[in-house]
Structures are given as C-alpha cells and as structure tokens.
Write a protein that binds this ligand. Structure first.
Ligand code: HEM
Length: 211
C-alpha cells in the first residue's frame, strides 16, 4: 500500500503543478499539454513516454486496491469478532473509516475525470478544442455542479492522502517516538498543499479569475 501510494502521491504532485500552469495563460497551459505527448521525441515516437506513465499509473492503482482488499481480508481473518470498544474510535478514526468508501468514490471520480479531460466524452467542448478551452468550459459558472463535484472529490482525496501518508510512514518503519510530531505535520502539510492546489483551478474558473 505504502509503495504504490507513494507512486500515486508523486503523480499527484506533478499533476497539481501542471494544472497550476493554467494561471500562466492559455498558451503556456496548452504548450505544457502538448509537451506531455511529445516528451522523449524524437528518440521515441509521439506519446510513448506518456503511455508508459499511464500504464504505470494503472498498475499502481490496481496494486493499491489489491493491497487494500487483501489487507482488510487478513485483518478480518486475524480478528473475526469485532472489537467492543470500536465505537470509541481513536484520533484518526474518522479518516480510517473513510479510507475504504473514500477510495471507491475517488475511483468513480477518476473514471468521470478521464471521460471528461482525457477522452473528452463528457466534456462540453469535446476533442476539437484545446486543453485550456476544455478546462474553462468544464468549470464555467453555469456548470457550478461540476465544480462542486470536483471540490467534494478533491476534499476526499485530501482526507485519503492525510491518513494514507501517515499510515505509509508507519508501514515503512519511519515512525519513532521522537519524530512522530514531525511526520504528522508532514502528512498534514502535503495533503493540505495538494488539496488547495487542486481546488484552485476549478474554483478560479467558476469565479471568473480564469476564462
Ligand atoms: C481538481 C482539479 C483537476 C484538474 C483541473 C485536472 C485536470 C486534468 C487535465 C486537463 C487532464 C488531461 C491532461 C492531458 O492529457 O493533457 C487530466 C488528466 C488526469 N487527471 Fe486530473 N485534474 C484535476 C484533479 C485530479 C485528481 C484529484 C486526480 C486523481 C485523484 C486526477 C487524475 C488524473 C488522471 C489519472 C489523468 C490522466 C492522465 C493521463 O491521461 O495520462 N486529476 N487532469
């Protein structure tokens, strides 16, 4: 879980930085989207490196979900009777419970998101428009409900990251009594920065700061 989660966090950092290029204007953003497809040219054909990255992402997501299911099965097998004290959950209890359901909702969001901005099936502008035009059309003020959907999904991603990064520190054996506070702050900071970074684009378009 920790290793595939780490790969996905790296993707999210890169994706957030790329998205923020929209604030530099249409030309910069479209240039960046074009570069994603031409990376490695002429050494390798059009879209080769992007396809390798996409396959890597799919593998990471599948392994991440497979680990989640097998860990949950192992936990149930180890303790078939539920804990009586479970209701008096610990500090991270809320985030823990939302991991499973949150993960499923995030997956549904990603499927919508790919249909929207990668395959253009549900995008108002479709495949003939530029990447900038597609994002601006997507979060136009009259489509506030799409922005709301993205905001909810991004907040869930943020919660998932907060708990996930913290758990990863534990799984990788990095946690000790001395550094516990630092690692908690680090997990929270990374999640908050990514959440705000992702929220910025849909909100900026809906409120007319990017058009
Ligand atoms: C909320 C603000 C977001 C915006 C504005 C946004 C925008 C975009 C755009 C424009 C693309 C197409 C890139 C291209 O092919 O040129 C894309 C692809 C993608 N996004 Fe997002 N995204 C956002 C959030 C997220 C989140 C939170 C996730 C994951 C949890 C995510 C996962 C993906 C994936 C997996 C792809 C496909 C990458 C590929 O085709 O290689 N995005 N996004």
């Amino acid at each position: 879980m920790a290793v595939t989660g780490g790969v996905l966090v790296l993707f999210l950092v890169a994706h957030m930085v790329g998205n923020l290029k929209i604030f530099m204007g249409a030309e910069d953003f479209n240039h960046y989207a074009h570069w994603l497809r031409t990376m490695g040219e002429p050494a390798v054909p059009y879209r080769t490196l992007l396809t390798v990255l996409e396959v890597g992402l799919v593998v990471a997501v599948v392994l991440h979900m497979w680990s989640a299911v097998s860990l949950a099965r192992r936990a149930r097998a180890a303790r078939p009777v539920k804990y009586e004290a479970k209701k008096k959950s610990h500090a991270h209890g809320y985030a823990t419970h939302t991991m499973r359901y949150g993960g499923v909702i995030i997956l549904l969001f990603i499927i919508w998101h790919l249909l929207d901005l990668t395959f253009f099936v549900v995008n108002p502008k479709g495949g003939d428009a530029s990447p900038y035009e597609r994002v601006v059309a997507d979060f136009a003020p009259e489509r506030w409900y799409i922005t709301l959907f993205y905001v909810v999904a991004v907040l869930l991603v943020g919660l998932h990251l907060w708990h996930g990064i913290w758990s990863a520190f534990q799984s990788l054996g990095l946690r000790s009594l001395r550094n516990e506070h630092t690692l908690r702050v680090l997990a929270l900071t990374v999640s908050v920065v990514l959440t705000l970074g992702f929220l910025a684009v849909p909100l900026a378009v809906t409120f007319g700061w990017v058009s």
